[in-house]
Design a protein around this ligand. Structure first.
Ligand code: PBG
Length: 331
């Protein structure tokens, strides 16, 4: 045999030398769930690596994660029911605690990258990402609210905005709104190919943001999020986002859509972000807690697969877990 591929796998040192893909803290964005109040640090039952935290606890957590060299964070708010309405108007209200939180976080940690969520679902009594009108999610009136929300978030100090709503044309409208308001340096990480996935369950538990059960309201998000059966539509979405000015193209979920990550990576030049979503993390944890999988092997393997597929940015609830594990293995 002239070729013996096993030669390159013979020792740990040789394997490390020939390893194509590596992970570091620079790859990760750490998701954080914010609730109003103080001293709150509640574990999310269906996603046991994540917590709902009040701002004081978020500040402590960021300090801890910074010591592990995680410097990018994406923040999601849980909005009290009393502040929800049909049009999500609290999202750009001057007293909005999610906006105040950004000011405090950036005042304390000016060098981190803080990413927002732009969508109506946490603020909407209907639990949809846009405005529900006559039983449909109305695209263009939703965009008007999304633009106001985006400008308010930029003003509060978010570095990058993350429109996760999947309305048509929202990236262009948000870019124009930001530029007109003077926020030309605030970036947009577009949820470009966001699928109508069943893997968002624990996230919706965390924020109590699922579509409400009511016959006059669509029970799922299939009229705006993409069909899991489709890949060519992802290219169309990426083309539109590119024309409209997106700085990052995101694929969501990640692990079940590695082919989409690779397609966008091969066809576009913006950084590709992948959202390793709540259900994808939860199923791994559940299997490991049952003793059916080995966490220390499968968790890093999962993150590696996302990077190998082409992700430049990985949003994952395992960011801190992964770095703690590396530390443990090195010591
Ligand atoms: C809301 C939003 C969702 C997620 C991120 N932003 C839920 C949804 O679209 O229903 C899901 C993230 C996760 O499951 O970890 N626009």
């Amino acid at each position: 045999m002239i070729q013996r591929p096993r030669r390159n796998r013979r020792t740990e040192s040789i394997r490390k030398l020939t390893q194509e893909t590596t992970l570091s803290a620079d790859d990760f964005v750490m998701p954080l769930f914010l609730v109003e109040g103080s001293g709150i640090n509640e574990r999310i039952e269906s996603l046991p690596v994540a917590y709902r935290r009040s701002l004081d606890e978020i500040l402590i957590e960021i300090e801890y994660c910074l010591a592990l060299r995680i410097h990018s964070y994406i923040l999601f708010p849980k909005i009290p029911d009393a502040l929800k309405d049909k049009t999500g108007s609290y999202s750009y209200h001057a007293d909005n605690y999610y906006l105040h939180a950004a000011r405090e976080i950036k005042a304390k940690f000016p060098h981190i990258t803080l990413i927002s969520d732009v969508a109506l679902d946490p603020y909407s009594i209907d639990g949809h990402d846009g405005i529900v009108s006559d039983g449909i999610i109305d695209n263009d009136s939703s965009i008007e609210v999304l633009v106001k929300m985006a400008i308010a978030q930029a003003e509060a100090g978010y570095d990058i905005l993350g429109p996760s709503d999947m309305m048509d044309g929202r990236i262009g409208a948000i870019r124009e709104g930001l530029d007109q308001a003077g926020y030309t340096d605030v970036g947009i990480m577009s949820y470009t190919a966001k699928y109508a996935s069943g893997f968002y369950g624990p996230f919706r538990d965390a924020l109590d943001s699922a579509p409400v059960e009511d016959d006059s309201i669509p029970k799922d998000k299939k009229t705006y999020q993409m069909d899991p059966a489709n890949s060519r539509e992802a290219i169309l979405e990426a083309e539109l986002d590119t024309l409209e000015g997106a700085d990052y193209l995101m694929v969501k979920p990640a692990v079940h859509y590695l082919d989409i990550i690779r397609q966008l990576k091969d066809n576009f030049t913006q950084p590709i972000a992948a959202y390793h979503v709540s259900g994808e993390c939860a199923m791994l944890i559940a299997a490991c807690n049952n003793g059916w999988l080995d966490y220390e092997v499968t968790m890093p393997e999962t993150l590696l697969s996302i990077k190998r597929a082409g992700a430049d940015v990985i949003i994952t609830y395992f960011a801190k877990e992964y770095l703690l594990l590396q530390k443990k293995l090195q010591s």
